[in-house]
Design a protein around this ligand. Structure first.
Ligand code: CTP
Ligand code: CA
Length: 222
């Protein structure tokens, strides 16, 4: 109840959040994916909803989390699906928060029938997926605030700042996977918020608390 009483400082804002892992099929049985569970993105969607925003959550069909109430849930499976959903829902929004862990590569061909094993080794040809945030960076309307995420195992600030610039984001939430309490599946995170103005490293805290810090940044725009 205390949560519901939070200030409605995002009322009137349309916010699109992506969450979870893409799944890239290689045949009707198998797919390539990653360890993202969607917890961080769901927390952002929930925080923005509680603060009065009109929220659309682009959620991987691989997410097993309960839907966020009072939020428009849009499912996606592949990076291509997510690209379509972002173009459809985010281009007239006030903010896009890309917490989804998007595959950089997908199987170059998807077999119609189950791939049967052979003697010896096999190799799988991969092709690049669309970099969705790079596209958004090149096409975004003036009013769209873009927040990306960055997961690194080394050179966190340098690598993440390079992504911020390259994809013309307004903010990037960087986390080092090797720090205890950060990363996949857990309810806490250890992040550094990076903007053109500089960086702020936050102590270990719940993903809900990190989500409210992201909501603060959206609320502070103009
Ligand atoms: N992202 C995206 N489209 C992709 C890959 C990533 O929109 N095809 C987004 C992610 O959702 C995230 C941000 O870009 O918000 C950074 O993703 P990350 O994987 O950390 O960076 P990459 O630019 O893909 O670089 P690399 O994986 O090589 O570190
Ligand atoms: Ca990547």
């Amino acid at each position: 109840l205390r949560e519901l009483a939070c200030e409605k400082d995002l009322r009137g804002k349309k916010i699109v959040v992506s969450a979870g892992a893409t799944q890239e099929p290689m045949d009707p049985v198998r797919y390539l994916t990653n360890h993202s569970t969607g917890k961080m993105g769901y927390a952002v969607a929930r925080a923005c909803m509680l603060r009065g925003a009109d929220v659309t959550l682009l959620s991987s069909t691989g997410c097993t989390l309960p839907p966020v109430p009072f939020v428009k849930m849009v499912p996606y499976t592949t990076a291509e699906d997510l690209f379509d959903a972002v173009r459809q829902h985010a281009m007239d929004a006030d903010a896009l928060v890309m917490a989804a862990a998007v595959a950089d590569y997908r199987p170059a061909t998807v077999a119609e029938d189950k791939v049967k094993k052979q003697d010896g080794e096999m190799t799988l040809a991969l092709e690049r997926t669309q970099d969705i945030l790079a596209w958004v960076g090149d096409h975004k309307p003036e009013k769209l605030f873009v927040c990306g995420f960055s997961m690194e195992t080394r050179d966190l600030i340098e690598n993440s700042t390079a992504k911020l610039h390259k994809k013309h984001m307004d903010m990037i939430v960087a986390n080092n996977l090797k720090v205890p309490g950060a990363g996949f599946g857990v309810d806490t995170n250890v992040v550094t918020l990076i903007t053109e103005q500089g960086s702020e490293s936050l102590p270990l805290q719940s993903k809900d608390a990190v989500a409210h810090r992201i909501a603060d940044a959206i609320a502070a725009v103009r």
